[in-house]
Design a protein around this ligand. Sequence first.
Ligand SMILES: [Zn+2]
Length: 508
Amino acid sequence: MEQLGGRHVRQDAVAGKVRRRLAAASVCAVWLLAGFDRPAAQQPQDRLKAAVEALGASKVTSLRLVGSGAAYFVGQSPSPRDPWPRVTVKHYDATIDFGTPAMRIDITRDRGASPPRGGGQPFTGEQRVIEYVNDESAWDVPMAPAAGPASTPRPQPAAATERILQVFLTPHGFLRAAVANYGTSRNVPEGTEVSFSVPPGRRFVGIINARNQVERVRTWNNNPVLGDMVIEATYSDYQAVPGGLQFPMHIVQTQGGYPSLDLRLTSVEANAKADLAIPESIVGAVSPPLRVEIERVADGVLWLTGGSHHSVAIEMRDHVILVEAPLNEPRSEVLLAALKQAIPTKPIRFVVNTHPHFDHAGGLRTFVAEGATVVTHEINRPYFETAWTRSRTLGPDRLSRSGGKAVFQAFRDKHVLTDGGRVVEVHRISGSPHHDGFAMVYLPAEKLLIEGDAYTPAAAAAPAPPSNPTAINLHDNIRRLKLSVARIVPLHGPRVAALDDLTKAIGR
Ligand SMILES: [Zn+2]
């Protein structure tokens, strides 16, 4: 699921500063490269100069890369110990403009006949999309898999920062930025380590090997779950390409320690032309303002919608249980404000997390800082405990500022929260292809089931989406646990559904 939120306005500002600095940097690169003839340069610094010459980094203002390989859905693994789910990349065609900087990636992903376990695959079969970034703007153009008319561009302001980082992770982008940002060099066992920072604090560290090739580049991006998340690119199989360049034909990237992209290139073209202009409809596009809509689905049970990911507040005698804190701190802040207005006298004492996918867990820390105990499946607890001790210099949040520590109630099969009156049951959704530590919440008196990512009801008038193994598994769990469900309150989707809707959706 996309991350939508107010934070992105701030991220865009950060991205803008990074871009302006890098763009300014590339303008003066020629001058700085000329300055390399100065004597008395230190030996590690000579390595940077040698790499710029060997790879032809000063000769290239843009690159077109064509290939295929694999892409992975970051933050969507089927368990805390698994890598990100993989899909095939049938076609990859990227054009990178170092000067602007800007980038266009035409990518066709193919989920194949047997989709991987985990989340983050909002399509079946094949999906083709063209992803753009230019200065502070990012947008996507979804395409029909076969040749067909292009769709309307969709703004993706939240993606701008990472896409710009990608430009400067490339060997040539890295070398150009290293020269222009006065990169410092030192010898390390693997070669020469070159590092530099771009205001307001984006750091790049790369390794240049004895053959004067950029072997690895690393940077960091803010992630609401993992904090300062490492993005690392590894380059191998360098070959000479037209235009006096060398370029690696094998690119592997990791994010948060697991592969995120693995590409074999079939062609590299220097100084390629591409239309990277910002469409009129995208100029100045920002994320829509965050809002929370409240629908009372039962006495003291509030469905909190208004964005891509919903939450549910359950009012207990002297406190509130919140089910799900999705996305990020800005989403949590508007949820918090809405709850303080709707239920002003009761603190949020528990926050139930259905599973640790980034889009469903990125807002938890805000409620921890508010004093809420996290209820999650036992396999997720050590994952959060480790993730939440990492540094958060790129995106400090309420919890990192307060120095507070998370309190958990972890469970294996079932956990009951009660105030003596209302009973709230948290059950494991067992055997789901979506996640091993997957939870749903059941209110027996109200016959309500709260779940996310297992089943998303279609709009009432829309045709039902094709049946999927995750929804079938949810239905199996409801039967196995003999839950008497009347209505399903989903954490995605436009409406509260009847159990019947799920039964029909899975073709039973
Ligand atoms: Zn998920």
